[in-house]
Write a protein that binds this ligand. Structure first.
Ligand code: ATR
Length: 269
């Protein structure tokens, strides 16, 4: 039996176990997916220990996505984003991947939304904002990142200057959104207060595709406003699904049973 796992703190309410176990069942794989909460100061030992135990693969979530990097050989994407959410063990130094970036691109693709050469706005410059900004810019979108704390967005744009990323504050949305094709909410706004949105409804329009990284609640205020404005809406469960799909495919080399994984996820949301 292959054992996969998620390391983070807390992880007890994670939706990854049912999503991955649905995939193992659909593909008749003899595998289990467990959640683990290592001691933060022993994260390197935890990864080495998992490798020594023959763990088949790990996902990584908050607060360890950056902390695991020194113990890993990161892919160019994981290195650029500065965060890892998936680890593979192939004998040498464990490899660190970032499939959150794929989650963003494949969530749009699933909805037939093109990314290349489109004009994208990411709101939020924390961990999720970094992944979304890099993903979109690397996929060829003309990308603007807006953040409440402008300096944080500016730092991010500096790092991704090669990809042409520009940055500003939330006030700049007035100017940027009317001509934008894609909008990603990578802030936590909407999570605690279901009636809060990071973007004024008046700035949303019918030519936008809006992805909200928040998945609880699933229909955030931003997505409701976007739907009212005639925009294409992509909820956060699609991102969660496709980062998991990409991890599953890296670990197993098998095409992911996307519909089964999606059903398992949505059953619990
Ligand atoms: P994550 O790793 O999930 O991105 P984070 O690093 O704590 O979490 O980042 C949270 C993001 O939500 C940041 O972009 C934050 O803006 P600041 O950098 O200015 O803190 C944004 N955010 C949180 N609450 C917000 C609010 N009420 N209005 C606007 N942005 C908010």
């Amino acid at each position: 039996m292959d054992v996969y796992g998620l390391i983070g703190r807390p992880v007890e309410h994670s939706l990854s176990p049912p999503m991955h176990e649905a995939a193992y069942a659909a593909r008749s794989l003899d595998a289990r997916y467990v959640t683990l909460e290592p001691q933060p100061e022993r994260i390197d030992e935890a990864i080495a220990g998992a490798d020594a135990l023959g763990v088949a693969g790990l996902n990584v979530t908050v607060p360890f996505k950056q902390d695991v990097l020194p113990a890993l050989d990161p892919t160019p994407t994981a290195e650029a984003v500065g965060a890892v959410n998936t680890i593979t063990f192939d004998g040498g130094t464990p490899e660190g991947h970032n499939t959150d970036t794929e989650g963003v691109i494949r969530a749009f693709e699933h909805h037939d939304v093109a990314v290349e050469d489109q004009s994208a706005v990411v709101v939020g410059a924390g961990g999720a904002g970094r992944a979304a900004t890099y993903a979109l810019a690397d996929a060829g979108a003309d990308t603007f990142v807006a953040n409440r704390t402008v300096e944080r967005a500016a730092t991010l744009a500096d790092e991704f200057a090669d990809l042409g990323v520009e940055a500003g504050g939330l006030d700049d949305l007035d100017e940027r959104l009317p001509g934008a094709d894609l909008l990603v909410n990578a802030t936590s706004v909407g999570m605690d207060d279901p009636d809060a949105s990071p973007v004024p409804a008046a700035l949303l329009h019918g030519d936008l595709a809006v992805l909200d990284a928040v998945y609880s609640p699933l229909r955030t205020r931003l997505l409701r406003d976007a739907a009212d404005a005639g925009a294409t809406t992509v909820d956060g469960a699609w991102m969660l699904l496709y980062q998991g799909v990409a991890a599953f495919e890296r670990w197993t080399g098998v095409d992911a049973p996307v519909a089964a994984m999606n059903a398992a996820l949505r059953d619990r949301l």
